[in-house]
Design a protein around this ligand. Structure first.
Ligand code: SF4
Length: 181
């Protein structure tokens, strides 16, 4: 796989920056499941692509470990100030859209199955079908979160050129594509 082509696809899909990683740079911790369970985001148990429906975190971490390579990408949203919750939600919606664009862009480039995780869960539908006890509406597009699979985004980004924080009145969201070849 030409990694530059993959990074170009991420940038063309709307990412602000992207970087390649080896498996050893992807930092994992099962403590993220407790954070999900504390439900500070309000999404726990409300989306098919969030815990507990995505499965045991140790199994998911094992899935992550199956892929020798990864591409981390980020989007950076502008906020009016650090209390701009609406701006954070809007930037989150933009990030979800960018993740979908990247998904479509990298699909033809990667030969083997790959795992694409984004930030904070799926966000494809205004209300997840889970709340109506119906099957996922877009199973081919739905993406889970990095934290749901136990990825420590802060520690993982630390070994790359991508900054976790990108200046005053900004919000940064990450996504990752794990792949074999
Ligand atoms: S695509 Fe829609 S129904 Fe499926 S997990 Fe995402 S939000 Fe839920």
């Amino acid at each position: 796989m030409d990694v530059q082509t993959l990074m170009d696809a991420a940038l063309a899909g709307g990412a602000c920056h992207a970087a390649m990683l080896d498996q050893s740079q992807v930092v994992l911790s099962d403590s993220f499941r407790e954070i999900c369970e504390s439900n500070q985001c309000g999404g726990y148990g409300r989306c098919w692509m969030c815990p507990p429906y995505i499965g045991d975190i140790h199994d998911l971490m094992e899935q992550v470990r199956q892929y020798p390579h990864a591409m981390l990408y980020q989007t950076i949203g502008q906020l009016e100030d650090s209390y701009d919750i609406e701006g954070m939600f809007e930037a989150g919606a933009v990030h979800a859209q960018v993740s979908q664009q990247i998904q479509q862009a990298v699909k033809p480039l990667l030969q083997a199955p790959f795992l694409h995780l984004t930030c904070g869960g799926c966000h494809l539908c205004e209300t997840c079908a889970k709340l109506e006890d119906k099957p996922c509406r877009f199973p081919d597009k739905a993406l889970s979160s990095m934290e749901g699979y136990g990825i420590d985004v802060y520690q993982t980004a630390a070994s790359t050129p991508l900054k976790y924080i990108n200046g005053q009145n900004t919000v940064t969201y990450f996504g990752i594509i794990l792949f074999s070849e």
